[in-house]
Design a protein around this ligand. Structure first.
Ligand code: B1M
Length: 639
């Protein structure tokens, strides 16, 4: 194993975290004398040690030493080595990996491993001792144990997110609707033949280890509560059973609490998959409120964890970091069970300045010593405060349209979308709203038979429906699966029109080349934008994820694009937006370029010289329509 090229300091890992581990154990069971904190910090440790993703996430010695040394040097309570293990199982079964300098590696499932029964049948379950980086995980656990003398925590991927790695998220969701039996079979394969043997092989070496699953996708609004009930919960419970009924086997990082219709009902579900404590983390915690969360945990007499936003920790400002930590510690430790509380720092990233990590740690220590400038103040949970300071842009996933409608929003939107329209257009609209592909297809045929023109069928029926769907999503009234299923119905109608549109040479509203930029594999938001644009009559050329700027330029020329759309979800990949724009300039290509994605802001878009910025899928459609209209006016003037 390679010698870690890291900072020189030497610590006695066998003793330096002793008190922290005692505190954490107490906080999550019978009570502790002081509130401890834990942190996801492996990417931060990688950057702090001056290493890249390849050096850090493939070499057990470097990984363990880097995490321990960083934790000891900065004074973390424990060196937990919390990391997101989304890729281990899928990679070991043959999934394609992408590696990055400033991030942990990830599965690139542009071409998913499982799409059909045949794909599933052709897969051989991995060998936990040989396949992929399963041996890396085992070595990490052993080294951690050797160096610290403590039981390691086994990390794995929550079954739903794991299946999404094998199947690709959108495909998994659509298949859940079309062919649930097939999706259940995939879950069976993943849980019974991949995850249980892998985890049991680790339990052989560490029978008393804690076990925590990461489940980025297994949360609202990616999935609905029905999907949690039908797929997530039973499969986590099954995995627990297959691993010797260990109640330590859990998935504690579900988020989406602020999207739940009934927060307490959602927390009941969380407690099924993490029975020993309740964890509520930002940005949901800031929206739901610390007091409400504390009261629930007190009522149930269970330990509690509050998670501080990774975005706040990364971006600051200092006052916000301190305020948030102090509120969370104060409310978290209040009441009769206040001694059963731990603070969680959500993913200190590679871009989190060391200064911010020190501010956070110092804030914890100051609070413990009684230096509490914000004592008695609660900032979370109120509407105004939450939307202004929830992290990111105060909004999230493009959800959070300010409500100008009251009462039954759906009915009001339907009424205004259908008002004064021919019955057939209203019926097409309804078929999309009812997610009924066959009916939508039939009605579009009927409309054509009645002599109606494609443009009107599109505008008055299909596009009107997708406008409402986008609006409902923006208001948090619809979740991602419903949006995907509605889009499938819309596409069924669109497919009927496509040959006629092509033959008649009726031009699309415009052609948009869309891509997630280099270094980034997140595509759910980009795909929603594509869907809405397609629903609005645009032709979409989707280049997928991790896209090279030159490929975008080539494609733009090939298809004579009207607009280029760039999406980014990582602060590390945002600079590639700028690099892509620079490449277009360098090549003398004058296409309008629009940008979006959770961390991207209007200011950033202006700074990098983008033509436009959209906060969400609906705004992206409006922006593209405006840009195309503007270009037409300019062409007309020039002509
Ligand atoms: Co990742 N991830 N992830 N992840 N992931 C985030 C983004 C993160 C905030 C999680 C966290 O740490 N709390 C964090 C980024 C931190 C940072 O940059 N500061 C992160 C990280 C670090 C990572 C990994 C490194 C692993 C890890 O967590 N350590 C790894 C990186 C992989 C890579 O890309 N190189 C990774 C992997 C993954 C999964 C594979 C597990 C999965 C992605 C699956 C997929 O996309 N196919 C995943 C997910 C799901 C997330 C979270 C949970 C959700 C992101 C998302 O899809 N949002 C996210 C944490 C969170 O938000 N809670 C997180 C939903 C989507 C609808 O919203 O994309 O914002 P969004 O789209 C909106 C608008 O922004 C807008 O419209 C959409 C709809 O209204 N919009 C546009 C989007 N693009 C637009 C383009 C436009 C206009 C508007 O014009 C062109």
């Amino acid at each position: 194993m390679a010698e870690a090229p890291m900072t020189e300091a030497k610590y006695d890992y066998k003793t330096c975290f002793d008190r922290g581990y005692e505190l954490v154990k107490g906080a999550m069971t019978t009570g502790s004398e002081e509130a401890p904190f834990v942190a996801q910090m492996s990417e931060f440790a990688m950057a702090y040690q001056g290493l890249n993703g390849h050096e850090f996430f493939a070499n057990p010695e470097v990984f363990v030493e880097g995490n321990l040394r960083t934790s000891a040097e900065l004074g973390f309570d424990v060196a937990d080595m919390l990391w997101d293990v989304y890729d281990i199982e899928c990679e070991a079964t043959g999934g394609k990996m992408s590696w990055f300098d400033e991030l942990s590696p990830a599965i690139n499932n542009t071409v998913p491993l499982i799409s059909t029964e045949k794909d599933l049948a052709s897969l051989t379950p991995p060998d936990p001792y040989k396949s992929g980086r399963m041996p890396f995980v085992r070595d990490v656990l052993h080294l951690f144990h050797e160096k610290t003398g403590k039981q390691p925590t086994i990390r794995y991927c929550g079954p739903l997110t794991c299946v999404a790695q094998y199947m690709q998220f959108e495909q998994m969701i659509l298949k859940m609707d079309e062919d649930p039996e097939f999706v259940h079979k995939v879950f069976k394969f993943v849980v019974e033949e991949v995850q249980a043997p892998f985890l049991n092989s680790l339990f052989k070496d560490f029978p008393d280890a804690g076990t925590n699953g990461s489940d980025a996708i297994g949360s609202l609004p990616f999935v609905t509560e029905d999907i949690l009930d039908e797929y997530s919960i039973p499969n986590i419970l099954k995995l627990r059973k297959l691993c010797g009924d260990r109640d330590a086997l859990q998935v504690d990082n579900w988020w989406g609490d602020s999207f739940a219709e009934d927060t307490e009902r959602f927390w009941e579900k969380k407690l099924q998959v993490t029975p020993r404590y309740l964890k509520v983390q930002d940005p949901d915690l800031f929206r739901v409120g610390t007091v409400k969360s504390r009261e629930y945990a007190t009522k149930r007499a269970i330990p509690l964890q509050f998670g501080v936003d990774n975005h706040v920790l990364q971006e600051g400002p200092e006052e916000e970091i301190v305020k948030r930590i102090h509120e969370y510690m104060e409310v978290g430790t209040s009441g009769p069970h206040g001694d059963k509380f731990a603070l969680y720092l959500c993913n200190l990233s590679a871009q989190t300045p060391v200064e911010h990590a020190k501010i956070a740690l110092d804030a914890i220590k100051r609070w413990r010593k009684g230096d509490r400038p914000y004592e008695g103040q609660v900032f979370s949970g109120t509407e105004a405060e939450s939307s202004a300071r929830a992290g990111d842009k105060g909004r999230w996933m493009g959800i959070g349209v300010v409500g100008d409608l009251e009462g039954n929003i759906r009915e009001q939107l339907h009424a205004s979308a259908k008002a004064g329209k021919k019955q057939i257009f209203q019926d097409i609209y309804d078929s999309v709203m009812d997610f009924d592909d066959e009916e939508c297809e039939r009605l579009v045929h009927q409309a054509l038979d009645e002599g109606l023109v494609c443009g009107d069928i599109l505008d008055e029926g299909l596009i009107a429906a997708m406008d409402t769907i986008g609006d409902l999503f923006g208001r948090g009234e619809l979740f991602v699966p419903e949006m995907l299923i509605a889009a499938r119905a819309m596409k069924a109608g669109l497919e009927v029109l496509r040959p006629i549109l092509t033959a008649s040479k009726e031009p699309p509203k415009g052609t948009v080349v869309m891509a997630t930029v280099q270094g980034d594999l997140h595509d759910i938001g980009k795909n929603l934008v594509c869907m809405m644009l397609e629903g609005a009559g645009f032709e979409i050329v989707d280049l997928g994820v991790n896209t090279d700027p030159m490929e975008i330029i080539r494609t733009a020329d090939e298809v004579n694009a009207d607009i280029i759309g760039l999406s980014a979800l990582l602060t590390t990949s945002m600079p590639f937006m700028m690099k892509t724009i620079e490449a277009f300039k360098r090549e003398g290509k004058d296409y309008p370029i629009i940008v979006g994605g959770a961390p991207v802001t209007r200011d950033y878009a202006n700074t990098i010289g983008a033509t436009g910025y959209a906060d969400n899928a609906v705004d992206a459609v409006i922006l593209c329509k405006d840009l195309v209209a503007e270009a037409k006016i300019l062409t007309a003037k020039a002509g």
